[in-house]
Design a protein around this ligand. Structure first.
Ligand code: ADP
Ligand code: MG
Length: 629
């Protein structure tokens, strides 16, 4: 019985379309990367077949070695790339090549800068690699048959990249995928042996899969020969690898064109044998904050690729590290679950983390400027380590950098060691304030007394800082103290006379304080006379064991319930607005509310009834102006 062959025409998803338009019309530089993408996919397909065959040997069908064959025809302007990897079923072709379920494409389109070469280098990062064929091709055909399926399960896919593709069933004896590019006239240069070999050498030399082309020697022109070196870079001795080779390898695995900040190549022998080649990028990748961000370590076992995204090889807070770990003694058929509970993997991870942190420490000491660069890119992520990695907390604490009241604006260059070194002898703690922005932190009323006494305060403005300060209770035996929490004990800076005077003032105001407290009883825990204000009339502080306003707001914005602890309001006995108040003042209620709302505003809170606040202030202002005119 013969089945009617039906050719279906389907449309690409909108976002794929946008991407294709861009490929075809706007990206002119670096077109050659299409070959890198195709070889990388072929290599993935072979890796996946090898991996699947560990549990189902029949998938290999024959004993042919896994390889990629690349051919071209100058006259027809075609290039073909054929692999004998895992192949695709029809539904997989539709899913993987007609649709992009991932958020990658959208993000890719959003992050285009308009700079040709930078944009082209983004293509691979977003997992939209296959479409780069349309950088050079006016028509592309893909033939594939999934490993383990009948020849009749073959699929033919074809598109000119202009919005639609066709797909049909076909018979294909060979397992795997073959992609044929019909080059545009202006891109015919790529259908040329020397050019192709050159591109392979540049991008794909380290791929361990043999990449084969027909011999360029006229006498042996029907013989296939391997054109890539294929030696895994990391397995070669350090001394024989040039900086350029390291950089090229880094670019191949990270799609980042900039040289890495740090390259760490390490061979460990003895009980546990492994090689690691790790890189710290100079710039943060676009998806550093994605929840589904892939981790950057690929795991190999004796040069055989096992899996990428090997989370257990690097803690979350070092997710920006890229590279390869090649372990000698792991079984080949390891699963992700296996890795999670494996002692060897744990030891490799622990040692790699130590290596990376030590290297960062070395840079921080020897090259502070380059460390500050690193910190600006990755500091926020590294701070997560303070919470995540107790074992290395001490080293991490030394790597932290902060903005402070004594540093250039937003410079983030002060280490805890610097801070402690320049602390006045009598100062007891390391003071900090948290807020949602540098502007809010640096203008907070809580800072007034510290500015007056010239005491340095750390200005913490990343959400993660709230967690950081709960895990880091002290540094060099100096406790970290929030300047917006608890009773402020700056006794060490006050003279006996000053202390006495403050006490007196407190007594004088007892009546007023009680009255204000009664008015605000459902908003505040307590009202008291402040020791921290010099310029502002009032501020809010949290009780020692409460979360504090900033953390409450962060938790709320993450959709978590934060215990809604009432703050304490402190008033400034020397401020004219407070001085004009008395327990029997006829507008005391309005004044109390306004003072409270202003204190909340100045720490970055939103008022629950902003219009009521505006009305009260306007009433008071009107009365004041009537009195003076
Ligand atoms: P990525 O490689 O980042 O996943 P690509 O656009 O390069 O993105 O490829 C999309 C998907 O198409 C791949 O994930 C894979 O599932 C499938 N694919 C592409 N090329 C091949 C191939 N030669 N063999 C099997 N599957 C392939
Ligand atoms: Mg790819």
């Amino acid at each position: 019985m013969t089945t009617e062959q039906t050719v279906e025409t389907r449309s690409f998803q909108t976002e794929v379309n946008q991407l294709l338009q861009l490929m075809i019309h706007s990206l002119y530089s670096n077109k050659e990367i299409f070959l890198r993408e195709l070889i990388s996919n072929a290599s993935d397909a072979c890796d996946r077949l090898r991996f699947a065959a560990l549990t189902d040997e029949q998938l290999l069908e024959d004993s042919n070695e896994l390889s990629v064959h690349i051919n071209f025809n100058e006259k027809d302007r075609t290039i073909s790339v054929r692999d004998n990897g895992i192949g695709m079923a029809k539904s997989e072709v539709v899913d993987n090549i007609g649709t992009i379920a991932r958020s990658g494409t959208r993000q890719f389109l959003d992050s285009l800068s308009g700079d040709q070469s930078a944009d082209a280098s983004l293509i691979g990062q977003f997992g939209v690699g296959f479409y780069s064929v349309f950088l050079v091709a006016e028509k592309v055909e893909l033939l594939t048959r999934k490993a383990g399926q009948e020849p009749e399960a073959g699929v033919r896919w074809s598109s000119d990249g202009s919005g639609e593709y066709t797909i049909e069933n076909t018979t294909r004896v060979e397992r795997g995928t073959e992609i044929t590019l019909h080059l545009r006239k202006e891109d015919k240069e790529f259908a040329e042996g020397y050019r192709l070999r050159n591109i392979i050498g540049k991008y794909s030399d380290h791929i361990s899969l043999p990449i084969k082309m027909l011999s360029s020697d006229e006498k042996r022109k029907d013989e296939w020969e391997t054109v890539n070196k294929g030696a895994a870079l990391w397995s070669r001795p350090k001394t024989e690898i040039t900086e350029e080779e390291y950089k090229q390898f880094y670019t191949n695995i990270s799609y980042d064109n900039e040289a890495p900040l740090v390259t760490l190549h390490n061979r460990v022998e003895g009980n546990l044998e492994y090689i690691s080649l790790l890189f710290i990028p100079s710039k943060a990748p676009f998806d550093l904050w994605d929840r589904e961000q892939r981790h950057g370590i690929n795991l190999y076992v004796r040069r055989i690729f096992i899996l990428d995204d090997a989370k257990y090889l690097m803690p979350n807070y070092l997710r920006f590290v890229r590279g390869v770990v090649d372990a000698a003694d792991l079984p080949l058929n390891v699963s992700r679950e296996f890795l999670q509970n494996n002692k060897d993997i744990d030891r490799i991870r622990t040692a790699s983390v130590k290596k990376i942190l030590n290297e960062l420490k070395r840079i921080a000491e020897n090259n502070p400027e380059s460390y500050v660069q690193f910190w600006r890119e990755f500091g926020k992520v590294l701070k997560e380590g303070m919470v995540e990695d107790h074992e290395n907390q001490k080293t991490l604490a030394e790597l932290l950098r902060f903005c402070t009241t004594h540093d250039d604006e937003e410079a983030q260059t002060v280490s805890l060691a610097n801070y402690v070194k320049r602390m006045p002898m009598k100062q007891k703690g390391i003071y900090f304030i948290t807020a949602d922005s540098y502007a809010a932190a640096s203008t907070s009323p809580h800072l007034e007394i510290f500015r007056k006494n010239d005491i340095e305060v750390l200005l913490l403005t990343d959400p993660v800082d709230e967690w950081l300060v709960t895990s880091l209770s002290d540094y060099e035996e100096k406790p970290l103290k929030s300047i917006a929490k608890g009773t402020l004990d700056l006794d060490e800076f006050a003279t006996d006379d000053q202390k006495k005077a403050a006490e007196e003032k407190g007594k004088d105001l007892t009546g007023l304080v009680e009255k204000i407290q009664a008015v605000l009883s459902d908003r505040v825990k307590e009202v008291r006379v402040s020791h921290r204000l010099t310029d502002s009339p009032a501020c809010l502080v949290a009780d020692d064991h409460d979360l504090g306003g900033n953390l409450e707001r962060i938790l709320q914005s993450m959709g978590q319930d934060a215990p809604d602890a009432k703050p304490i309001m402190e008033i400034n006995a020397d401020h004219p607005l407070i001085k004009q108040l008395a327990p029997e003042h006829e507008r005391l209620e309005e004044w109390s509310m306004v003072l409270f709302d202003q204190a909340a505003l100045s720490e970055g809170a939103r008022l629950s009834e902003p219009a009521a606040y505006v009305k009260r202030v306007n009433d008071l202002l009107t009365r004041a102006s009537l009195l003076t005119t």
